[in-house]
Design a protein around this ligand. Structure first.
Ligand code: PLP
Length: 421
């Protein structure tokens, strides 16, 4: 019965095609939206999406024909998105625990695998407890409002990720924005913020547009001096920065000075989706009671939990994958610098090739794809005016040959477009 009715309903919809809502308000909205879209196109900031017809990995097939493309623009830093053991764990968890929970966590959406993964994340970061979210965007959207009141203050780096900015907007604390990685400015803002009950300094551990690493030692020293807490977003660090891949706090020797970490399962840790907060147990307990994206959104799907859990097992067994990525990053950075390019950041697999001009970044990226290298140009408003770049991201699963082909293509394309002498 159900099946017949569904088939009829779907057919009915298919035969009619999409329906446009009628009425003056709908027509007015359509006109306004079309004009806004035209403005975006006119400003040259339209984002097109290339369609991938294969798994995520170092070599891709693009829908519509492109094959054997070498991919340098995923956050798949450790190559775990298509790792056979990660995929197998996802399939097994899907079979054993189902497609999804049809529930938020506190009603009937918590399975043993969710609790186990939270314990594993806390152990990985050497923290007391952890809480899972559908994404790190949600983790960032939830934490500030749940933790800070109008009596408190949050001090945020001006280039923090959009999700931190949005999370801070949602909270009622007093807001201070300090200049990017400027410790003098942070100190001045901390002095101003002394009048508040609690101060929280919030920073990306690694800033994704420049691949630059936050000066966490200095931030922690200032936090200590002015009695503040430190929060870091580790999306571009978890799994590979530091001797054991624990992140920026491990790399800079301040694991015991950073109070709260938010990070993602959607980049190095299997690449599917999901995010988390890890830190003091009472904070995690409070988030379970108060954090709105946790309370009012569905549980993380079992397959995603299975993949991330296996990714963490692999990283806790050995740091070989992270080390292989570091060696490849070094190879790319040194060869590109020798070829005459300026690469922003230092020692990080995010390698922005600085070009300055927005058009140059866009035509060079297109020409790189014509040579089988998939990279993306970034220009204003994503990065400041005059600082357009092509962002290259290195993965542990790139071969030395992949890296060398990328450098050769950059050199040819750079000469062609006079970005190199
Ligand atoms: N924070 C940073 C620094 C990010 O780069 C991203 C993703 O681009 C996020 C948060 C959001 O992560 P997720 O994809 O898990 O929502």
């Amino acid at each position: 019965m159900w099946r017949v009715a569904t088939v009829r309903a779907v057919r009915g919809c298919g035969a009619g095609g999409p329906r446009a809502a009628s009425g003056a308000a709908a027509a007015q909205l359509r006109k306004r939206l079309e004009s806004e879209l035209e403005d975006i196109r006119g400003a040259g900031t339209w984002k097109t999406e290339r369609v991938i017809a294969s798994r995520q990995g170092p070599h891709l097939h693009l829908a519509g024909g492109g094959s054997g493309i070498i991919n340098f623009c995923a956050n798949n830093y450790l190559g775990l998105s298509s790792h056979p053991e990660v995929i197998r764990a996802g399939v097994e968890t899907l079979e054993n625990f189902g497609a999804g929970l049809s529930s938020v966590r506190f009603i009937c959406g918590t399975q043993s695998i969710h609790k186990d993964l939270e314990v594993k994340i806390a152990r990985f970061h050497q923290r007391e407890d952890a809480i899972l979210y559908a994404s790190c965007f949600d983790a960032n959207a939830g934490i500030f409002e749940a933790l800070l009141t109008p009596e408190d203050a949050v001090l945020s780096d001006e280039l923090n990720h959009a999700s931190i900015i949005d999370g801070i907007r949602l909270c009622k604390a007093n807001k201070y924005r300090y200049k990017h990685m400027d410790m003098q400015d942070l100190e001045a803002k901390l002095q101003e913020a002394q009048k508040h009950r609690l101060r929280l300094v919030a920073t990306d551990g690694v800033f994704s547009m420049d691949g630059d690493i936050a000066p966490l030692q200095e931030i922690c020293q200032l936090a200590q001096k002015y009695d503040a807490l430190v929060f870091i977003d580790e999306c571009h660090a978890t799994g590979f920065l530091g001797p054991n891949g624990r992140g920026t706090d491990e790399l800079l020797g301040v694991m015991d000075k950073v109070t709260i970490i938010n990070s993602t399962l959607g980049k190095a840790l299997g690449g599917a989706a999901g995010g988390y907060t890890t830190g003091p147990k009472p904070l995690i307990d409070l988030l379970r009671q108060r954090s709105r994206p946790y309370l009012f959104s569905n549980s993380l799907p079992p397959a995603v939990v299975g993949c991330a859990s296996k990714a963490l097992d692999l990283l806790m067994e050995s740091n070989a994958i992270a080390q292989s990525m570091a060696a490849k990053t070094q190879r790319f950075r040194s060869k590109m610098t020798a070829a005459g390019f300026t690469i922003s950041g230092k020692d990080h697999p995010i390698c922005p090739v600085m070009l300055g001009d927005a058009r140059l970044a866009s035509v060079m990226a297109e020409d790189m794809l014509n040579r089988g290298i998939y990279v993306i140009g970034f220009s204003y408003p994503v990065v400041p005016k005059g600082k357009a770049r092509i962002r290259v991201q290195i993965s542990a699963v790139h071969s030395d040959e992949d890296i060398d082909r990328c450098v050769e293509a950059f050199t040819e394309v750079g000469r062609k477009h006079r970005a190199l002498p």
